[in-house]
Design a binder for this molecule. Structure first.
Ligand code: HEC
Ligand code: HEC
Length: 357
């Protein structure tokens, strides 16, 4: 700064006939960098007892920054209208409030966009409702080339990004050279997803900090029901409230045709018992992204609890853990309040306002 001032005043002195040509051009950071500065990895929030350092390949700050841009950049889609965040909104637990997603040219999919908070530390590495991807890297290339999501090809995406001069510095910082490949794109996005966490909810503050005032008595009753009589924690367990396994609750079963609209896990395994089974979703931030289930068919958390109270929808493949749960109206409300208390403090993440050009 001092040096700058000296140069400036020298220029002042020399001003007149002599141009100040000796001054080196300032290498200011491009303006888009302020919208997405390099930051140290965030601390996992209260309630998440895992560390990034425990991962076989921890994310790096450089890849997270690049991945954050790519996640929000609509240039990854064929017609430049859709980014990952179109269907995975930070304010909605990286899910969305639509029953099923809408991709390019207004095409509707058949499944709800799931939340991926705390995905860095899955019990089992399974992604998508049917578990067909086994890593975030593998998962993130899917939607780019899915004709009804981002509708692009990986080659065209790589060409588009390679033409953006501003991106080169960041690929170099993240991977050691400027080259842009689909695998590097996948890796950067996956590292960004790993730092998308949820925790420090009222429930965490009650359980971890013993702050009795953090939640109401109703939430505490809901907690007891969830982990007790209602049997929810048989499947929604651990710090992320999921066993990362597949279960059939009868969602999407048509009793008339005796078939599922979507066969779920069966599509991957071809094992009959997996018909209509879907991955247990996390319940963190769940109150922020109604409607619910893989097909978005249940409008509210209350409707979900009612589905469980009725013992799911009977079908030949119903999970044996799903049985009628006698719950009073007050108990149903308490379960809903409990789930609402799982909304974390992490939802201030905003889309970068500027992108490399
Ligand atoms: C048009 C909407 C849409 C877009 C765009 C989209 N997704 Fe998704 N995403 C979905 C839907 C729907 C699913 C569930 C699909 C399934 O299970 O078959 C999903 C699943 C996922 C999952 C799996 C979560 C889990 O726990 O199983 C992750 C992670 C994810 N998307 C990340 C991304 C990334 C990264 C991008 C951008 C490259 C992206 N999505 C673009 C709708 C979208
Ligand atoms: C047998 C395992 C199992 C049990 C027990 C269970 N769940 Fe689930 N839960 C799942 C699965 C699997 C899904 C997704 C099903 C689908 O989409 O077809 C789910 C979905 C949900 C959803 C929707 C989340 C979303 O993002 O769409 C909520 C809320 C929920 N469960 C709450 C509960 C509550 C409350 C209880 C106890 C009354 C409970 N669960 C018991 C496995 C279970």
């Amino acid at each position: 700064m001092n040096r700058m001032r000296v140069v400036v005043s020298l220029c002042g002195v020399l001003l007149g006939a002599v141009a100040c040509s000796r001054q080196p051009p300032a290498v200011a950071a491009p303006e888009w960098e302020a919208a997405n500065p390099l930051a140290p990895l965030p601390q996992p929030p209260l309630g998440i007892d895992s560390r990034f350092a425990d991962l076989p390949q921890p994310p790096t700050p450089e890849r997270v920054r690049l991945g954050r841009w790519l996640f929000f950049d609509t240039r990854l889609s064929a017609d430049r209208t859709i980014s990952c965040a179109t269907c995975h909104s930070p304010a909605q637990g990286f899910s969305e409030t639509e029953p099923v997603s809408t991709g390019i040219r207004n095409q509707k999919g058949t499944r709800k966009s799931p939340s991926f908070v705390n995905a860095a530390w899955r019990l089992y590495p399974v992604f998508f409702w049917d578990g067909r991807a086994d890593s975030l890297e593998m998962q993130s290339l899917g939607p780019i080339a899915n004709p009804i999501e981002m509708g692009n090809t990986h080659d065209a995406m790589v060409r588009t990004l390679s033409a953006v001069r501003g991106y080169r510095t960041y690929f170099k910082a993240a991977f050691g050279s400027e080259e842009i490949t689909k695998d590097r794109v996948a890796q950067a996005i996956a590292d960004y997803e790993r730092v998308c966490t949820s925790g420090d909810s009222p429930w965490d503050r009650w359980r971890k900090h013993h702050d009795e005032a953090a939640v109401s008595q109703e939430v505490k009753s809901g907690h007891d029901l969830f982990f007790g009589k209602a049997g929810c924690s048989q499947c929604h367990l651990g710090q992320n409230f999921t066993d990362d396994r597949f279960h059939n609750l009868g969602v999407g079963w048509n009793p008339r045709t005796r078939a599922f609209a979507d066969e779920g896990r069966f599509i991957v395994t071809k094992i009959a018992a997996d018909r209509g089974a879907f991955k247990t979703p996390t319940l963190r931030d769940v109150a922020t992204h109604a409607p619910y289930m893989h097909d978005g068919s249940l409008a509210t958390l209350h409707d979900v609890v009612e589905h469980y109270r009725n013992g799911g929808l009977r079908n030949p493949y119903l999970d044996p853990k799903i049985t009628r749960v006698p719950l009073t109206d007050a108990e149903m409300d308490a379960l809903v309040r409990f789930m609402e208390a799982l909304t974390g403090q992490n939802r201030q993440e905003k889309a970068p306002t500027e992108f490399p050009r």
